[in-house]
Design a protein around this ligand. Structure first.
Ligand SMILES: *Cc1c(COP(=O)(O)O)cnc(C)c1O
Length: 351
């Protein structure tokens, strides 16, 4: 490998515009909707694809004091911006190395099972969180094991559970609420937490001491109660790499699935499925330029997408367009969930 001084990287031809004011306002709204409880933040998966470096300082400055990641590999980036004690790792210590890492950094593991409780004690223990499974059957201590001595020996900050269907008015919500309350009576802890974004809208009984919104922070709308209260945060934008005039009958892109019905002016932009703009947007997506809607033509490729510039004759090579990416409408059009639309956004965006 050659070591050399690299020249400064030119700006990316692809950027994810993050509206920091909207992000802070969304956290404040969710904190207010959480009533007596404080809102924390789920910042796993690189803050749902928006970028930890852009997101975490804004949430911290807005007043957020508790952050959740899934993997141990996600801790370091968050710890650049907040104290390690404010970070919880949802997957918990799967190995002794995980537990040692948590001890060394001072982050809290979320204990999800008796073996994890044992592992944490063997690593020296200390403050941790406990996830109890109340009906989702995904990750967390079964209710039947709440009385185990290994759990009684833990020093628990947050007693957590997670709702399977908070985005619906499902009967399971009240079942999970009752089991979470039972767990709160059974296990000594400092604070209790149940609600994700959608769960915040289920009312005060679901709030406990701390809520854990993710999706709605980033502009997602999991339930009607959030409409008009949560603002769009993320806007993918790409530069036009090339402009061309195509003759009537010419085919565009891979497998030429689109043929120009008449002579038309088209642009190729630096955004493709490798960036999370999946092939489901082929012939369907829309780019925006000063209120004008520019249709995606033919197939989305790995690094590029061709768009119709008929409505924007002024646009040239190097100009920028923004993807229409309002989460509710984009999910309906693409068939992807709002969660997928965010977390797909790739590593090549300037953020
Ligand atoms: C991801 C996650 C959240 C956030 O959920 P949203 O639906 O995005 O608000 C909260 N709690 C846990 C345990 C999670 O895994």
């Amino acid at each position: 490998m050659v070591t050399m001084l690299l020249p400064e990287l030119p700006p990316a031809a692809l950027r994810l515009a993050i509206d920091r004011d909207a992000l802070a306002a969304n956290w404040r709204m969710l904190d207010a909707m959480s009533g007596q409880a404080s809102a924390g933040a789920a910042v796993k998966a690189n803050a749902y694809g928006l970028g930890v470096a852009a997101v975490v300082p804004v949430l911290r400055d807005a007043g957020c004091a508790q952050f959740f990641v899934a993997h141990w590999s996600e801790v370091a980036a968050v710890a650049q911006h907040v104290s390690a004690g404010a970070i919880s790792v949802l997957h918990g210590p799967l190995t002794a190395a995980d537990a040692a890492y948590a001890k060394a950094l001072g982050v809290k593991p979320v204990i999800n099972s008796l073996p994890q409780a044992q592992r944490w004690r063997e690593a020296g223990g200390g403050l941790c969180d406990l996830m109890v499974d109340t009906g989702m059957n995904r990750l967390g201590l079964p209710m039947s094991e709440l009385g185990d001595p290994a759990i009684a020996g833990l020093e628990i900050d947050l007693l957590l559970s997670h709702l399977a269907s908070a985005d619906e008015d499902a009967a399971l919500n009240t079942v999970q609420l009752a089991r979470w309350e039972e767990a709160r009576r059974a296990v000594a802890h400092r604070r209790a937490s149940l609600a994700n974004s959608a769960g915040i809208a289920l009312g005060a009984a679901y709030h406990g001491d701390l809520t854990r919104p993710g999706l709605a922070l980033y502009g997602g709308i999991p339930r009607a109660e959030f409409e008009g209260r949560i603002a769009q945060v993320a806007r993918p934008a790409a530069a036009i790499l090339q402009v061309r005039e195509v003759a009537a009958g010419e085919g565009l892109g891979y497998n030429t699935t689109f043929h120009a019905p008449a002579p038309m002016r088209v642009g190729t932009i630096a955004l493709g499925y490798a960036d999370g703009y999946l092939r489901c947007w082929s012939g369907k997506g829309v780019m925006l330029s000063q209120g004008r809607r520019l249709a995606v033509l033919g197939r989305v490729s790995m690094d590029m997408t061709i768009i119709d510039l008929s409505a924007a004759p002024d646009l040239r090579e190097g100009d920028w367009v923004e993807a229409e990416y309002e989460p509710v409408a984009a999910a309906a059009q693409s068939g992807l969930s709002q969660y997928e639309l965010f977390t797909l956004l790739g590593a090549r965006f300037g953020r």
